[in-house]
Design a protein around this ligand. Sequence first.
Ligand code: PLP
Length: 281
Amino acid sequence: MTYVLFNNEVTTREHVKIDMEDRGYNFGDGIYEVIPVYKTKTVAMEEHLQRFEESASKLEIQLPYDRNVMSTLLNELKTKNKITDGIIYVQMTRGVSPRAHLYERNATGLITGFTREMPFPVDQKQTGIQAYVTEDIRWLRCDIKTINLLGNTMVKRMATDNLCQEGIMHRNGTMTEGSSSNLFMVKDGTIYTHPATNLILNGITRQIVIELARTNGYNVVEETFTTQQLQEADEAFITSTTQEVTPIAQIHGNIEAQFAVGPVTKTLQQLYAEYINENRK
Ligand code: PLP
């Protein structure tokens, strides 16, 4: 039997009833997190739940439970579903109200969650992916991990239609991030990535990788870079919870380029794998 999270209950899916006037359904008015599970244990649950709280606060969504209750519920869900390697997905919408743009600040929200067994990428981490470069058409609060992801899903579709595994975006020639990942490039041994502003999601993997890189002596520059600088980079890679540290082998679309799976990317993959091993809880 597979279990899901429905508010504060770990239950079966038949027990979940969601109103057609839930604001998540009408407006995409909600937030989410994806937490990785490695060999039955979670990694960085605290960091993900902290970002969940930050997203809630930015949207004035009232969380009903504190971090301890959330993590207890998510661990119960993971254990009941006997997840070995995969993800825990949790989302919260602002809940039910007659459809109207104006939201109430004290609304009672709706929390749902599920788990998914999912192998982490092996081949792509060795060979690299094809990334499709296109314009960033999203709104200006990409720092909020909202379920309202149409800009991201359209870019993913476009990338796939162009035989690429990820879409990477630029605003007026300044690279921002991937459709579901953060973007890095390496030039002359220095690692560059977009600063954590309103124009990107500050990925948990991004933060871990930056920290690991700095601790291991790399110079990490959190400054913007252009499509042209990306084209002239030595290495490029993306990071995310599900894609870990994945090299980009080729880019297509608005610009074309080829990269080797280089030494900096390989070292960061290794450091990230060690971090995962040492931080399973
Ligand atoms: N940027 C976007 C737009 C994302 O959707 C994601 C993950 O879903 C990321 C970055 C990477 O975030 P994380 O490393 O926390 O998974």
